[in-house]
Structure formats: C-alpha cells, structure tokens
Design a protein. Sequence first.
Length: 466
Amino acid sequence: MSVANRSLVTIDDLSNGEIEALFSLADEMSDSMSQQCNLCQGKIMASLFFEPSTRTRLSFETAMNRLGGRVISAVDIGATSLAKGESIADMAKVVGSYADIIVIRHPWEGAAKVVANYAGVPVINAGDGGHEHPTQTLCDLYTLRKERQSIKGLRIALWGDLKYGRTIHSLAYALARFGATILFHPCPGLEMPEHVLRKLATRYKGKLKKYEALDRVSEKGLFPVDAIYVTPSIPHQLTMIPDISIEVELKAGVDALYVTRLQKERQARAEEQGIDKDYPVVDKELLKKKKFKRTLVMHPLPRVDELAYEVDGDPRSMYFRQAARGVPVRMALIALLLGAKEVTIPEEDEYSFVPCVDYPVYQRDSGLRCCNPRCVTNQETEMRYIKPEFKIANLKPLTLSCVYCEHEIQPGYIASTDWHEGKLENKKYHSSSSRWIRKIKPEKLVIFDSEAEAQARGFKPSSYVK
Ligand code: NCD
C-alpha cells in the first residue's frame, strides 16, 4: 500500500511495516542529505504552528528546504483569521488550496484531524494539545532502532508527565505495537490517562499490571513504577508472579528512560498545587544505579528541571541525537506523503499491527458531548460543522471514545430508534447496564448522558432503569 497522499494524524495512521520502510528512507536521506534537493522541487509545505515550537517546526522546515521544496508559514493564531472567528475547516480548505502538504500544531485536541478532513492535501499532526505527536514518536523509535537495532523486547520507562504529554501517548502506542514492555513512572498526579491504558490493553491486547503499594516491593523510593504494561507475545515473569517480581524486573535493567517535562501549559494550577515539587528528576546520581548501567536517556526536549545538565556528556544521553534525527526522519515522511519517493513495505513481523479495529460509530445531531474541555468539538465555535462522533469501544460498561481526542465517556442511559419506526409503542429509555445494551443494534442506539436529557427528549423510564 502506498503512503502517498495520506495524512499522519495519529501514530496508528502508519503500520509497523510502513514505519520500518520510512526508517530505511531516513537512513538514505541522512547518508546523502545534500543530494535530495530535487526531490520536492516545486512543492510547497504550509507550516502552521499555533503553539510554541523550536525543534519540530524548524526540523520540518529544514526537511522541506533540504528536499528542494518551499515553505509558507503562520505561527501566531492571533495573526490569522482564526482570531476573527474563522473555523478550522475553512482555514484548512484555503491553506490546502495554496500548499501541497500541511504541518499543523494546535492547542486543541483533535484539531489536526479536522484539518485533515477538510484540507484535501496530506496533513501532518505536529502536536494537537495533549493528544498525540506522531512525528516525535518516529524520531524516538528511529533513535531506539539506531542504538538498539530492534524495539521488540526492550524495556522502556516513561517518565514524568504521562497525563498531558502528547509525545508519551503516541510513543506508548507505538512501543506496544513493536513489542516493547513499558514501565510507567509518572509524577504523582500525572499518571497515564485511563483511555490510553484502556487502548493499550484492548486495542494492542497488552497486559497491564498495576502495583498499588509499590514502595513495599521496590527499593525504597528509587523507582516506584506505578504500572507495567506487558506485551502479549513476550513470555513474562510478571504475568505469572505478581507483586514481588517487580524487584526482579528492575534488576534486569531498563533499556531507556524517556523523560518528559511538566506540561505546565495544559494545567494552569500545577504550581499552585505543588505538583512541580514532586516531579521526578534524572541526574548523575540516579544513573549510577546498576539497573541503569546501559540505559539510554531520552527526552523529546525542551527540558526544564527534570533532566540535569550534568548528564549531557554521558554516552547514554540521546536527546540531542533524537532532535538531530528529526530532519532525515521528517524528510523521509514528507517525501513519502508527497509521493516523491516510493518504498517497499517489508513483510510485517509477528508484532505487526495494522490498526483496523472497526468499532461501531455513534454520531447523532444532538445529545452527547465529549467530556474533554480541550477537545476540538468543545472548542470550535458552537460546533457549526463538527458533530461530536464516538466509537463504541465497549458495551459492558458502555464506553464511547471520542474520534477526535479519544477521551472516553460512559453514558448511563440508552434507547432504541425503533419507536420511531412504529415498532415500539412508547419512547422508553433503559439503563445502559441493562440487557438492552446488547439487544439494540448500534445503528438504532440513542444514548443519553442523564435521565433528565432522556426525558427532555420525550422518553419515559422503562423498568430497566435502576
Ligand atoms: C514536545 C511537544 O511539543 O510536545 N516537544 C517537541 O516537539 N520536541 C515535548 C514538550 O514540549 O514537552
């Protein structure tokens, strides 16, 4: 399958084989950087960065320049017509009529998906709020591949702000797909969101082990890993011996510490709440521990206080290499999406994952809203054109996942549209935990947040309302 003319909104938009092929092309780009200047001649990339950026924006622009293309850019939302109330969709249509490819960073979660839906040209998500940052993940995986040959079987600790760090979310999905084991080391209060954990467990069929009182079993305070995600195909001690085996696990070493900064811009009261005081720090002292002897220290950058400058000269430190590799990786990506290069997709290995789980979709003109205030469906003015849309990710309990930001809701009440077709006498609603959830076909389902909403829409309670 060709990668040309596609968009990269989430890391699941590329299969494992396509990522491998992209890395081979990135190697080629890196080996002959100066010979690529005709590849995208005559092409224009629009670079829209509505949140601060140094590395991502400049490496994208460098990449396009190196490929011989040209760049147009907008970096201040206040200087665009979005500030006048223009919709993201209209902006996308217009920019798509000027440029051959669009790179967008936006504070709203799901904004890149909206741009991709309307632009008519390939769109690359360069970070949409706290949701995803797939091209940073490509740089991270590329670095792991370069340093450790294969990602399969590696043990990677995700460190810091797991709640709001978009790089963390895209990376966790990719690591799961490539067969790595993930250790979670969050700053207290900034644990991995439930919807990300659920996706790791259901979509990628991983096993999640939670250790509530971990200090009991790990060396005191040293590495209080909160949870361990184990990929299914790797025989794992932890799955058989819970609790005490955490010690064994950590003694076996950690292949990479992926450190991230506190995402202050997404949590207005972080300092007030003192969250920054408990933020875990990686320094020389920590890296002296035996279990970190061969550990790569990674960071998407920028760093603040969570990663000491004293480790910069350490051969295990990878972060400046990760950033530098952003150029060949993004050159490869742009060239592929523009169809300037074709690649052979390698045979997928046993861990290959083509993201094609088809959950039924739920979209109605009125009713349910996404629970995430930073979701594009809650931010875009009065939703003139974006209708909230969900995937029905689970029935027991009924769980809907927003197609834009992936946050989940568990609504309490349901009904069937059969009343509408005269098959039922009364418009009745039931509890979503009742047996009706399996009886009503997804296309006939009407879902309510509350009884008040069901009643306001003319439904009466059935005997299946608890
Ligand atoms: C990251 C981002 O913007 O999410 N930076 C980057 O793109 N390299 C990480 C961060 O800002 O903390």
